[in-house]
Design a protein around this ligand. Structure first.
Ligand SMILES: Nc1ncnc2c1ncn2[C@@H]1O[C@H](COP(=O)(O)OP(=O)(O)OP(=O)(O)O)[C@@H](O)[C@H]1O
Ligand SMILES: [Mg+2]
Length: 260
């Protein structure tokens, strides 16, 4: 098992993918995407998913979120079959998708509709958690990209999910905002104890945040190519010899061998 520095690992969900086959019908033909994928993610892990464009990373997150059903195979969350979406498994996209006619408070509060439990104090707490105390009544057009993404994070965390699925959540942000939000995401994960599965194209981001880095890929349909435990203490030195070595190994897995 992978060690984590997460103090609240009991709060996270365990996810088990068992022989997942998935694909889509396109122009009358079935195109496979995932091929007999087996994966076990333990409670409280922070898994980074890397792989070439189109290899099935977003598809895999949608399957775990219960937004799609696999063609065959099983997905279990804490041992129970996943049969649809649920408030304990939240998927967060690259785009914050805030409603422009709602304030920050109203956008975050909207997520409580799923559970039917409306609690203004919890909304304020979530807004504080992501560092937007002074922006409770701001409109989305008054926010920077990084702030909008923080609102999306508050909205994702309001129902105390036990599994946070992140699809390139920082992909559209500038490099500096991205580094700041990486640290904030790491702190939230430590504080809240959820299990995290994050798709990213950024190897350094994966190495900074994750307790485990998985690469997907292959000819035709995708399989797990590598599964590497990152047991370095956090916060990590991005330029330590160990990190440089891990970066080289992962890039190699992704088809970028070192220049000789
Ligand atoms: N609803 C759909 N109908 C048909 N094909 C789909 C559908 N969703 C995804 N696909 C196909 O499945 C494959 C995997 O798509 P997916 O979005 O999971 O890739 P990805 O790894 O997330 O790529 P990227 O890094 O570009 O986001 C692609 O070939 C895509 O065309
Ligand atoms: Mg994708």
């Amino acid at each position: 098992m992978v060690s984590t520095q997460n103090n609240h690992a009991g709060g996270g969900l365990t996810v088990h993918l068992d022989t997942i086959h998935h694909g889509y019908r396109l122009d009358g033909a079935f195109r496979p995407v995932l091929d007999a994928l087996d994966l076990r993610i333990e409670a409280g892990e922070f898994v980074a998913l890397l792989g070439p464009s189109g290899c099935g990373k977003s598809t895999l997150l949608r399957l775990i979120a219960g937004l799609e059903e696999p063609v065959s195979g099983w997905i279990r969350a804490d041992g129970h079959p996943v049969r649809g979406p649920g408030p304990d498994r939240i998927l967060m996209f690259q785009d914050p998708t805030l409603y422009p006619w709602r304030t920050v408070f109203q956008n975050v509060a909207l997520a409580q509709d799923i559970t039917g439990k409306h609690d203004a104090a919890a909304v304020d707490a979530a807004i504080r958690l992501v560092g937007l105390d002074g922006f409770r009544d701001a409109w989305p057009h008054q926010l920077s990209g990084g702030m909008a993404q923080r609102v999306a994070l508050a909205r994702a965390l309001i129902n105390q999910p036990r599994l946070l699925l992140l699809d390139e959540p920082l992909g559209k942000l500038d490099a500096l905002t991205r580094l700041t939000l990486q640290t904030e995401l790491m702190n939230l994960w430590k504080k809240r104890g959820f299990t995290a599965v994050m798709v990213t194209h950024d190897v350094d981001e994966a190495l900074f945040l994750a307790t485990r880095v998985i690469t997907l890929g292959g000819a035709g349909s995708s399989v797990v190519l590598s599964d590497i435990a990152i047991d370095e203490k956090q916060p990590r030195d991005r330029d330590s010899p160990r990190m440089i070595d891990l970066r080289r190994r992962i890039l190699e897995q992704l088809g970028f061998p070192p220049l000789t």
